[in-house]
Design a protein around this ligand. Structure first.
Ligand code: PAF
Length: 282
């Protein structure tokens, strides 16, 4: 398996293998891989000649220094997991300097307001950091297709918007959320939960599923009230936000419209660990 630390080495390797009939699939990650990430790799492997996975904990997308410090970094076990999918996957695991060349700063983006909602409200600058690193990674890898999980649905919409606005020639493919058997959405942050917290965290998806059925006959406001009061009864957890929004613009649903596809979004803290999840409401 090929593992590159330097963008110059990766770029020259990719140039040497790229021919007109070649397609490159790209799976950007921050490591601490789980089955959800591996499913993105499998999807890419079936659709492309080469698959590149990046593993890079991007400092510019963390607004909380403790979150950045505690983010799991598990390169050896990540590589072992990638090998279970295929030995042919190309890994790019750069240093901060290799990506940022001494300028560890975000570019400022206008994502037509998508960045102002939910994660954008509670994690100021987060999507500027995501946009900055993903744009740089696209320049290095030059993929035909790139794969993102739907767990961060807002991120997926923002990357699609960035590609459209900057005319980056890559197809963005959203892939379904992978869940533990108790319903907890797979996330690298789950590695920081103890067994008890993992059990407790299953309630997030349970509440989302009930919210989905309540939304059929109730307003978004009523469902929101019900979710807030449900979390008030769980002292181990703190609800940061619950929002029902339309999928394309991510604006909160005030009055239901038949022409819009709605989705519920949630962020919850268990101790200091922040978890997000989402379900489609159609
Ligand atoms: O979703 C993630 O893991 C990250 O936000 C990404 C897209 C790899 C950018 O750092």
């Amino acid at each position: 398996m090929k593992i590159f630390e330097k963008q110059s080495d990766l770029s020259s390797f990719l140039k040497s293998v790229s021919k007109t009939q070649t397609s490159i699939g790209f799976v950007p990650t921050m490591g601490a891989l789980h089955e959800g990430h591996l499913s993105l790799l499998r999807e890419s492997m079936t659709q492309n000649t080469y698959t590149v996975m990046s593993i890079f904990v991007n400092p510019t997308q963390f607004n909380n220094p403790e979150d950045l410090e505690k983010y799991p970094r598990t390169l050896d076990s990540d590589v072992a997991k990638i090998k279970t999918v295929s030995q042919d996957i190309i890994v790019y695991a750069p240093t901060v300097d290799d990506i940022y060349q001494g300028q560890t700063q975000s570019e400022h983006f206008d994502f037509d307001g998508l960045e102002a909602q939910m994660e954008g409200q509670f994690r100021p600058g987060h999507y500027d950091g995501v946009g900055t690193v993903v744009k740089k990674l696209f320049e290095i890898v030059n993929p035909n297709k790139a794969y993102f999980g739907e767990k961060d649905f807002q991120q997926l919409q923002i990357i699609k918007k960035m590609v459209e606005k900057l005319k980056i020639p890559v197809e963005i493919i959203g892939c379904p959320i992978f869940r533990e058997s108790n319903g907890l959405a797979m996330s690298s942050r789950n590695q920081r939960l103890n067994d008890e917290q993992k059990k407790q965290a299953a309630v997030i998806y349970k509440i989302l599923k009930t919210a989905r059925s309540k939304f059929k006959n109730n307003s978004a406001h009523a469902v929101h009230q019900w979710v807030v009061s449900s979390f008030e009864k769980i002292p181990e957890m703190k609800l940061e936000y619950f929002q029902i929004a339309d999928e394309s613009r991510l604006l909160p649903c005030i009055r239901k419209s038949k022409n819009k596809k709605y989705r519920a979004f949630i962020a919850v803290f268990i101790a200091q660990i922040r978890l997000i999840d989402t379900v489609a409401l159609y």
